[in-house]
Design a protein around this ligand. Structure first.
Ligand SMILES: *[C@@H]1O[C@H](CO)[C@@H](O)[C@H](O)[C@H]1NC(C)=O
Ligand SMILES: *[C@@H]1O[C@H](CO)[C@@H](O)[C@H](O)[C@H]1NC(C)=O
Ligand SMILES: *[C@@H]1O[C@H](CO)[C@@H](O)[C@H](O)[C@H]1NC(C)=O
Ligand SMILES: *[C@@H]1O[C@H](CO)[C@@H](O)[C@H](O)[C@H]1NC(C)=O
Ligand SMILES: *[C@@H]1O[C@H](CO)[C@@H](O)[C@H](O)[C@H]1NC(C)=O
Ligand SMILES: *[C@@H]1O[C@H](CO)[C@@H](O)[C@H](O)[C@H]1NC(C)=O
Ligand SMILES: *[C@@H]1O[C@H](CO)[C@@H](O)[C@H](O)[C@H]1NC(C)=O
Length: 779
């Protein structure tokens, strides 16, 4: 009796295993739909392609996962490598790529990585919101006619941030649906969350059926990430919101607080992995979501998803999907990634996407350590529990270990490593390196410790990890950890205390680049400068799921309505929210015009009047911040924009060797070089002598105007514009100019191969400065 079911299971599994070994999901992409076929005809066309390579009708039908039929023409199917290669040889096929169980992960450093808090201060809305002014918001009607679509982990619809109280009717152009599923039905959509769909076929093809104790097969967000990003882009204004322990009390609000949200759940938990390892999102699922989002009628797409490094355009469902979205004038904003500060790490580099880096806001969460010798060391935390203001015995973890702990792990407070006898009632210094930070605190607590100091290792750089620990704690820099070690060595009875966390606002300098924000240069096309822009991504408060703790750690059972989170995942929806407002104010502007407005008005000076810095305090470069820190008020009135159409992007693709992705378009025999894409920034890689670049600006300001050219060339490079004065006599007028970029002979020999130098140029009149960063490397 016991054996029979086992055998049955094995028999059932065997064919599946065989299938897994040779067959994978491939995406077969034909480009843009010609628009002539009805939906059912398209599916049968896809089916007929499958019939070419499959033996039977049934096999062809069973292998098909998705038929993309709105804007994107293509399908996802289970194929053998041979079947895939036969399909890729067909004339009409643009590309075929295998959907690996790629480590697509949400761009989030673990929630406890940079948690923050804020005192009552009239709010901790997204940072820019404070600067944005009611005028801009009211001009944009708070975004109420704009639909922001998000590809993410779903949404927690009960959050007050998604209330539709007092909202007007849903825009008539909306064609989306509210897909029902476990714990999510049509009552969970309203006039705020106007659409919800989920995509799981690719995930289940790879991992098998969703483990329903980990997530719901519906748009309900059990992770928190999707709730956070969607409320950052378009959450309502909620008074008296707060993070864990009542910290950060104030008003929370999204960038476009009346914008409509359309939720596309594409990311799911990785079986056998902890939530803190993030989710996974499959190519074919995202591709389907983008195709639907375009057809549903979203105006802005916010995608805080990417790979660890950039993918080629035709193997990248976000890049291709975004291109189809751009054709319908949808603005697509994506996270640059969290793989910084290493160079060449950014993802989502396609020039039709807004690629967003992450930076700090002007607040810190100070919780100093005071040592028995009177020394005070700066620390940061958002831990709700507090020590009494008196001295406690202080020990270094490596001196209080139990059992067999290797020497290099001894200071790290790994689970089970501390001796309760030696730790009880004491403050323990633990070093970062291996293990989860939150777990180090839990280990100190387990061993009876009363408080915990988390020391950066040398490799952690200058960014402190603000965590909501489960016992009184603070985090300190490496140099300060060394000071504590020296103090412990210097005395028989070392003592210390941790002063409870306190928010300090208007800290300087701010903003500064987050160390984790992925950096350029762009490895897919070094002639396109990326990222495009930076926005707040460090310690951002937004709505949270009711089913995940603020630290996402399994041993943490706390529940919060709002949570503070860091990552380029958080900065991307800030830009999406701003784009929604711009879209509302300028409904006729193209996606490129909206991006240009955001980029050319971005700030490169911080709140002490100096250039933006990295976490280390060094000056940052455009490979960290792109054009600078976004400034939505200025972006609403940019003066001039660098526009680009869908056709311009097709021409650009010709120039980088991608055959046409639109059956109605043929590449010219000599396409323009990629540096001539009408981009609001300028990157020239491997300059040898002189390059001339053409750009065209459109006057979006008042009628008559004169703009003058100025530049600060990169060291050793000369920059000239012809003409250097632009005269406009009406709004909408376009003017072209040529920029000549020349390497001075004497510098050619001095430059290291492929080392970049940076500068900028501007067009300005009395009201506007239209600024473009320049990055040049020499051959
Ligand atoms: C949706 O679910 C809720 C809670 O289970 C239930 O009260 C409500 O009637 C459902 N609505 C619809 C339209 O099914
Ligand atoms: C589903 O997830 C739970 C919780 O992690 C785990 O205990 C269980 O074994 C999983 N079930 C399957 C079938 O993998
Ligand atoms: C905010 O909420 C807290 C706890 O929910 C409450 O004690 C406090 O009175 C509220 N403050 C305001 C201004 O509503
Ligand atoms: C991109 O395509 C080129 C040429 O086909 C190939 O050499 C390169 O490895 C690809 N890069 C990635 C990241 O797939
Ligand atoms: C301690 O662990 C190391 C490596 O795990 C092992 O080589 C060593 O024999 C162990 N020592 C004792 C005393 O158990
Ligand atoms: C503290 O003393 C120990 C043992 O004498 C030594 O190994 C260590 O380097 C000292 N640390 C500092 C920071 O002086
Ligand atoms: C730069 O251009 C000169 C003249 O066209 C050529 O001789 C030289 O090989 C080029 N250098 C590189 C590094 O491409």
């Amino acid at each position: 009796m016991a054996k029979l079911p086992l055998l049955a299971v094995l028999l059932f599994l065997l064919p599946l295993l065989a299938l897994c070994a040779e067959k994978q999901v491939y995406i077969v992409y034909f480009g843009e739909h010609s628009g002539e076929k009805a939906l059912h005809e398209i599916e049968s066309t896809h089916h007929s392609y499958l019939l070419h390579v499959k033996k039977t009708e049934e096999e062809a039908r069973d292998s098909l996962l998705y038929s993309y039929k709105h804007s994107i023409n293509g399908f996802a199917a289970v194929l053998s490598p041979d079947e895939a290669s036969r399909l890729s040889e067909m004339e009409e096929v643009v590309s075929v790529w295998r959907s690996y169980p790629r480590k697509y992960s949400l761009h989030t450093t673990r929630s406890w990585e940079f948690v923050g808090l804020e005192e009552e201060d009239g709010g901790h809305r997204p940072y820019f919101f404070k600067n944005m002014g009611e005028e801009l918001l009211s001009k944009a009607k708070y975004g109420q006619e704009v639909v922001v679509g998000l590809l993410d982990s779903g949404v927690w619809p009960e959050s007050q941030s998604f209330s539709d109280e007092g909202m007007g009717p849903i825009p008539k152009s909306w064609k989306g649906i509210c897909q029902s599923g476990p714990a999510f039905n049509s009552s969970n959509c309203n006039k705020k969350i106007i659409g919800a769909r989920y995509y799981i076929k690719g995930y289940e093809q790879n991992y098998g059926p969703l483990n329903t104790s980990l997530d719901y097969r519906s748009c309900r967000d059990t992770d928190g990430h999707g709730t956070h990003t969607s409320s950052t882009a378009g959450g309502r204004t909620v008074a008296n919101a707060s993070a864990i322990g009542g910290f950060a009390r104030g008003t929370a609000s999204g960038g476009a607080p009346l914008a409509r949200l359309a939720i596309y759940k594409v990311c799911w938990p990785i079986p056998g992995k902890s939530k803190s390892d993030g989710n996974t999102c499959f190519d074919e699922d995202m591709f389907a979501a983008i195709d639907d989002a375009i057809a549903d009628g979203v105006n802005v797409l916010s995608i805080s998803i990417g790979t660890a490094s950039a993918l080629n355009y035709t193997d990248d469902p976000i890049a291709i999907g975004a291109l189809h979205a751009i054709k319908k004038n949808i603005v697509v904003s994506c996270s640059a990634g969290n793989s910084g500060p290493t160079p060449s790490t950014l993802s989502n580099p396609a020039p039709w996407i807004i690629t967003v880096g992450a930076s700090s806001v002007d607040r810190e969460f100070i919780a100093p350590v005071v040592l028995g010798n009177g020394k005070k060391l700066q620390g940061q935390t958002v831990t709700p529990s507090k020590l009494e203001r008196k001295m406690y015995p202080l020990v270094y973890a490596a001196d209080v270990v139990q059992g067999n702990v290797s020497k290099d792990m001894a200071g790290q407070c790994l689970p089970g490593s501390l001796s309760p006898e030696k730790v009880k009632g004491k403050i323990v210094l633990c070093m970062r390196g291996s293990g989860l930070r939150i777990e180090k605190g839990i280990e100190v607590k387990r061993a009876g410790g009363i408080g915990f100091i988390l020391g950066n290792s040398k490799a952690n750089g200058d960014e402190l990890a603000c965590d909501a620990h489960l016992l009184p704690a603070t985090a300190i820099l490496y140099t300060d950890a060394v000071k504590i070690l020296e103090y412990i060595n210097s005395t028989k009875n070392p003592v210390a205390t941790i002063i409870p966390g306190k928010t300090v606002l208007h800290t300087k300098p701010a903003p500064s680049m987050a160390a984790f924000s992925s950096r350029g240069p762009n490895i897919i096309d070094p002639n396109i400068l990326k990222p495009d822009i930076t926005a707040p991504g460090l310690n951002i408060l937004a709505a949270w799921t009711g089913m995940d703790s603020p630290t996402r750690y399994e041993g943490d059972h706390r529940v919060v309505k709002y949570n503070i989170f860091s990552g380029t995942s958080m900065s991307c929806p800030h830009v999406s929210g701003a784009a929604a407002l711009l879209k509302a104010i300028h409904p006729t502007w193209s996606s490129a015009a909206i991006r240009s407005a955001l980029m050319t008005t971005a700030d490169v000076i911080n709140n002490v009047g100096l250039p933006l810095t990295d976490a280390s305090g060094e000056f940052a470069t455009p490979f960290a911040y792109g054009s600078g820190h976004f400034s939505p008020i200025k972006a609403a009135d940019p003066g001039l924009v660098y526009d680009a159409s869908y056709t311009d992007y097709l021409l650009y693709l010709c120039s980088v060797g991608v055959k046409t992705v639109d059956p109605k378009f043929k590449c010219p025999t000599t396409p323009p070089t990629s540096v001539n894409l009408n981009y609001p920034s300028l990157a020239i890689s491997k300059l040898n002598g002189t390059v001339t670049v053409k750009r065209t600006v459109t006057n979006v300001g008042w009628g008559k105007s004169i703009y003058f050219f100025t530049s600060k060339p990169p060291v050793g490079i000369s920059i000239k514009a012809n003409p250097c004065i632009l005269l406009f006599d009406h709004t909408g007028q376009k003017k072209s100019f040529i920029i000549t970029v020349e390497a001075r002979k004497e510098t050619l020999s001095k430059h290291q191969n492929n080392e970049y130098a940076f500068g900028w140029y501007t067009w300005s009149n009395i009201f506007h400065t239209v600024r473009s960063p320049i990055a040049v490397s020499l051959a």
